[in-house]
Design a protein around this ligand. Structure first.
Ligand code: NAP
Ligand code: ZN
Length: 349
C-alpha cells in the first residue's frame, strides 16, 4: 500500500514529502496508523549521513505511536483500535541468547526501524515520519496512558527507553547519586525517570539558561559543566552518570566525579570521538566507562507501564511535517523543550 512520508534523497538535501510502500500485514504483523512521531537527534545524524551507511531515500523516525488498524491471522494479543507504540526495533533473529533474554537491541540480526536491510521495498526499512507502518507483533508496545497524552508518549519509545535501560541496569534508585549529562530529548527523560526511581539526581548542562527548567524536571541539583568550581564540588561522589551529549567533548571531568566503582555510561552517539579517557582516572577508583543502546522489548514495555503509572510523559513541541527541517536546526541549537513531535495528520496535507 502507498502511504505519505517525509524523508530525504541525500545527506545534503532537506527532508521533503514523498510516498512509500508498506507491505500488507503477514500472519504475525500489526498494521499501525501512526498518530505522532518524535524527532530524535539520531534521525538527524542518520538522515544527514553523519553516521556511516545511510541509504537514500531515508525516512527517519523511531518514536512512533498510533492505533492498530489491522492485524494478521495469528496475532492474538492486539486488535484494531488498540493504542500502541513502535520504537527503534522492528525485527531481530528471535532465537539468539540476546533475543531469548529480551535484549533484542543487542541481537546481531536486529533490524532498526529505519535504514536496516529488509525484504520490503526499497530494500531497507523506512521509519515513522510516515502515515502507517507494518511491524511484527513482538516489537509492538502497548500504551496505557490516556489518549490525550499520546503525542507526549511518543518520545518514550526512544528517549525514554534509552535512559531507562542504563538507569535500571546500573540500579539507579534510593541511596544512589545519579548524574544526567545534556538536557535534551534523552536527558530530560533521564532526569524524570531517575527522579521517579528515587535516585538523587544531578543534571549537567552547558546551558546556564536550563538551570530552573532542570529543577522543574526533577533534578535535585544542576551543575553547569563548563564551571570547573561547580564540577569540583561533586568530585568522587556519583554512583552513575549517564551522558546523552550528541557532540564530542572531554569525558575526563565527568570521570573525576565518579566514586569508587562508579560508572560513566555513554548513550550520546556523536559522529566523531570524544577526548580519550585518562587511564589513571579509571584506575584510581576502579571506575568504568560503558555504553548502552536503546533497550529490549520487555524493558521498553516495563518503562511504558512505569510511566503510565507515575504520570510521566515527555515535554514536547508539536509540529507539522513541513516544519521538520527547521526543527532539526532548532534541535542543534538546543532551542527545544525538549522534544519535537510530528503530527502525522499533516503528512498528507
Ligand atoms: P538533543 O535533544 O539534541 O540533546 C543533546 C543535548 O546534548 C543538548 O540538549 C545539549 O544539552 C547537549 N549538548 C552539549 N553540547 C552539545 C553540542 N555541541 N551539540 C549537541 N548537543 C550538545 O539530542 P537527543 O535526541 O537527546 O540525543 C542525544 C544523543 O544520543 C544523540 O547523539 C543521539 O544520536 C544519541 N542517541 C543514542 C541512543 C542509544 O541507543 N545510545 C538512542 C537515542 C539517541 P545542554 O544544553 O543541557 O548541554
Ligand atoms: Zn532515537
Amino acid at each position: 500500500m502507498t502511504v505519505h512520508a517525509y524523508g530525504a534523497h541525500a545527506g545534503d538535501k532537506p527532508l521533503e514529502p514523498m510516498t512509500i510502500q508498506r507491505r500488507a500485514p503477514g500472519a504475525h504483523d500489526v498494521q499501525i496508523d501512526i498518530a505522532f512521531c518524535g524527532v530524535c537527534h539520531s534521525d538527524l545524524h542518520q538522515v544527514r549521513a553523519e553516521w556511516a551507511g545511510t541509504r537514500f531515500p531515508c525516512v527517519p523516525g523511531h518514536e512512533i505511536v498510533g492505533r492498530v488498524s489491522a492485524v494478521g491471522a495469528h496475532v492474538s494479543t492486539l486488535e484494531p483500535g488498540d493504542l500502541v507504540g513502535v520504537g527503534c526495533i522492528v525485527d531481530s533473529c528471535q532465537h539468539c541468547a540476546d533475543c531469548d533474554a529480551g535484549l533484542e537491541n543487542y541481537c546481531d540480526g536486529m533490524v532498526g526501524t529505519y535504514n536496516f536491510p529488509t525484504p520490503d521495498a526499497p530494500g531497507w526499512t523506512l521509519g515513522g515520519y510516515s502515515e502507517r507502518i507494518v511491524v511484527h507483533e513482538r516489537y509492538v508496545l502497548r500504551i496505557s496512558h490516556p489518549e490525550e497524552q499520546l503525542a507526549a508518549v511518543a518520545p518514550l519509545l526512544c528517549a525514554g527507553i534509552t535512559t531507562w535501560s542504563p538507569l535500571r541496569h546500573w540500579q539507579a534508585g534510593p541511596g544512589k547519586k545519579v548524574g544526567i549529562v545534556g538536557i535534551g530529548g534523552l536527558g530530560h527523560m533521564g532526569i524524570k525517570l531517575a527522579h521517579a526511581l528515587g535516585a538523587q539526581v544531578v543534571a549537567f548542562t552547558t546551558s546556564e539558561g536550563k538551570r530552573e527548567a532542570a529543577l522543574a524536571l526533577g533534578a535535585d541539583e544542576v551543575v553547569v559543566s563548563r564551571n570547573a568550581e561547580e564540577m569540583a564540588g561533586h568530585a568522587g561522589s556519583f554512583d552513575l552518570i549517564v551522558n546523552t551529549v550528541a557532540a564530542p567533548h572531554d569525558l575526563n571531568p565527568f570521570l573525576a566525579l565518579l566514586k569508587r566503582d562508579g560508572t560513566l555510561t555513554l548513550v550520546g552517539a556523536p559522529a566523531s570521538p570524544h577526548t580519550p579517557p585518562e587511564v589513571f582516572k579509571l584506575i584510581f577508583k576502579r571506575r568504568s566507562i560503558a555504553g548502552s543502546m536503546i533497550g529490549g522489548i520487555p524493558e521498553t514495555q516495563e518503562m511504558l507501564d512505569f510511566c503510565a503509572e507515575h504520570g510521566i510523559v515527555a515535554d514536547i513541541e508539536l509540529i507539522r511535517a513541513e516544519q521538520v527541517n527547521d526543527a532539526f536546526e532548532r534541535m542543534l541549537k538546543g532551542e527545544v523543550k525538549y522534544r519535537f513531535v510530528i503530527d502525522s495528520a499533516t503528512l498528507s496535507a
